[in-house]
Ligand binder design. Structure first.
Ligand SMILES: [Zn+2]
Length: 114
């Protein structure tokens, strides 16, 4: 499962951060998931529950997911537009000259530690 390996790498990062910054336990993790990233937040939540149990730092941590909307720059409109999926046309002009500028994130934004 795609989300399982993603969650494993997230938890590995958390353990590394704990070692680097000298905290022992993480209380809350805020994870940004872009709407264009093909990552299912529900699956991440489910996997995190299982994976974090084996982690010294992240065991018992709460995972908060922040959804980042899809955004692109339309070359024809010279404007930033919202898109729901990669490959969608511009909602203003229907064109396809779009450069994705947001919504592909999968990253740990913030940690609450003790
Ligand atoms: Zn446009």
């Amino acid at each position: 499962m795609h989300e399982m390996s993603l969650t494993e790498s997230i938890v590995r990062i958390l353990d590394e951060q704990a070692g680097m910054h000298g905290f022992t336990r993480i209380k809350t993790v805020w994870l940004e998931i872009g709407e264009l990233s093909h990552v299912d937040p529900e699956s991440i939540l489910f996997c995190f529950d299982a994976v974090s149990r084996g982690s010294p730092a992240a065991a018992g941590a709460k995972l908060e997911i922040i959804r980042v909307p899809g955004n692109a720059w339309c070359l024809d409109c010279a404007e930033s537009v919202a898109i729901g999926r990669r490959g969608d046309p511009c909602p203003r002009c229907g064109g396809h000259d779009l450069a994705v500028t947001g919504g592909e994130e999968l990253r740990v934004k913030e940690l609450e530690v003790e």
